[in-house]
Design a binder for this molecule. Structure first.
Ligand code: ADP
Length: 190
């Protein structure tokens, strides 16, 4: 099994590119953001807690997302691998992922990182708010906090995966097709 991590700041285009990558390489796209939004829509206990944190631009607890990912690994069949989008988002989650995979003799295949500058994060997310109707996209303070959370808690993963020789970065500025082709080129060269 392949285990790809799609990495990048909020608004980098991970969800959009994930669809193309999943289709081309027969991967199951697992977005922790989407899974959490499903819990919120279903009105579960977990969803209620997550909603509060998400709308502040904070992360939900590591154990919550780790549990969701581990159970998805167990239930999804008939794919060549997984494409993780929005997970891991902290060093603790990265270590937990390594431990989960190690238990079944697997390992992270590669990290595919889409990089855009902070100013673009704000303009893209504000634009998306009108289209997708996400509460965490509509508020400028929430967006700023998500950027701060990204720099503080998620960005340190770059060094983590770089030292493991698994970090690959593409420029996320350009058309959807241009960025997609950069990602395809990275995967094809692996
Ligand atoms: P974006 O990439 O635009 O920030 P996501 O859909 O990936 O959007 O995530 C939305 C929100 O869900 C995050 O801001 C965070 O609150 C929560 N979330 C998603 N994935 C994780 C994770 N791995 N750990 C903790 N919180 C998460």
């Amino acid at each position: 099994m392949k285990y790809y991590i799609l990495f990048g700041p909020p608004g980098a285009g991970k969800g959009t590119q994930a669809k193309a990558l999943a289709e081309k390489y027969k991967l199951k796209h697992l977005s922790t953001g989407d899974l959490l939004r499903k819990e919120i829509a279903a009105g579960t206990q977990l969803g209620l807690k997550a909603k509060e944190l998400i709308e502040k631009g904070c992360l939900v607890p590591d154990e919550v997302v780790e549990g969701m990912i581990e159970s998805a690994f167990k239930t999804v069949k008939d794919v060549d691998g997984f494409l993780l989008d929005g997970f891991p988002r902290t060093i603790a989650q990265a270590e937990a992922l390594d431990a989960i995979l190690e238990r079944s003799g697997e390992t992270v295949t590669s990290v595919l990182s889409i990089m855009i500058p902070d100013e673009m994060v704000i303009s893209r997310i504000s634009g998306r708010a009108a289209v997708e109707g996400r509460a965490d996209d509509a508020n400028i303070e929430t967006i700023k906090n998500r950027i701060a959370t990204y720099h503080k808690q998620t960005e340190p993963e770059i060094a983590y995966y770089r030292s493991a020789g698994k970090y690959n970065e593409v420029d996320g500025v350009g058309s959807i097709e241009e960025v997609r082709d950069r990602l395809f080129a990275v995967v094809d060269a692996l």
